[in-house]
Unconditional design. Sequence first.
Length: 240
Amino acid sequence: MMGFSNSQESHLADLPTALTIADSIRHHNLPGAFTEPVAYAKEQSILSEGELATDIHIVVSGAVRLFKMMPDGRRQIIGFAFPGDMLGLSLDDRYLHSAEAISPVILRHMGRRQLAALLERDHGLRKALLAWTMTELQIAQDQMLLLGRKDATERLSSFLLTLLQRRNHSTEDRHLPLAMTRTDIADYLGLTMETVSRTISLLKGRRLIRPLADHSIELLNVPGLQDLAAGNAITVQLDP
């Protein structure tokens, strides 16, 4: 997997986050660039693979699944989007994947031409977009490693830790809402739903996580999950 030098990592740490892109456009560059917030119901289609990519979309609230359809009709989830993430950014003139609301979602939209014009004149916005692009590249590289080398326990541990970082931006708050279903998780991780369920039970038995009634998970032992995600064996007590 490609890595960064210490100087590159230091520079990237100073770059604005994806959420700053939305804030920068909305408050400092062009107040009318975004549409008013648009609400999408759970499971509603947001954009479809192959459609003309006329707009980019910023997630204000909720969670979105990103997926591609294979020629035989099978679906492959390629990612999830959360508040602050962008949808529909493409060098091509058509969307490269489809997007659906996993939960009730609110988006704001902006034309691609407007974004291009803003990028031409705003260095800070270009830095923010670079930071977002580098983050997406890192996620894609991590996903290739996950699918190519990791077993089910390592995959699920990596997935939960990535969600924790993306949703909370720290490991202090260990309560992790899960808007996606176990079928979504299985599709994304290249596993069966049964394997995901068994692995969740395994992590629960090892007292690493605690599934809650509100479709969320409490991460009880983040260092233990980090060890599992890295392929390191850990010794923990199992529930009887």
